[in-house]
Unconditional design. Structure first.
Length: 84
């Protein structure tokens, strides 16, 4: 009985890396949605710009979806290697 050496197998496949990059891209888009809206006048306060729906609800949901996508990319296993 030959002992199989599985040390050469990589933890992630190319699919995992692609999904990871997509997830990180979604996270970056979410943070970009949260940023911006700077005011040129430091004495003026525009509450509608700071507390907009895009910053308060949409951007955090996009970031959360991105992080969940990253977790999925890390945990995904390649189905072709199970039969061996």
């Amino acid at each position: 009985m030959a002992k199989q050496n599985h040390f050469n197998d990589l933890a992630f496949t190319a699919t995992n890396y692609k999904l990871l990059l997509i997830g990180l891209g979604i996270v970056v888009v979410g943070y970009l949605l949260m940023s911006g809206g700077g005011n040129g006048d430091p004495n003026a306060f525009d509450a509608t710009e700071i507390f907009s729906d895009r910053r308060i609800t949409v951007a955090p949901i996009v970031v959360l979806v991105g992080y969940l996508f990253v977790v999925y990319a890390i945990l995904k296993r390649d189905r072709s290697g199970e039969a061996q």
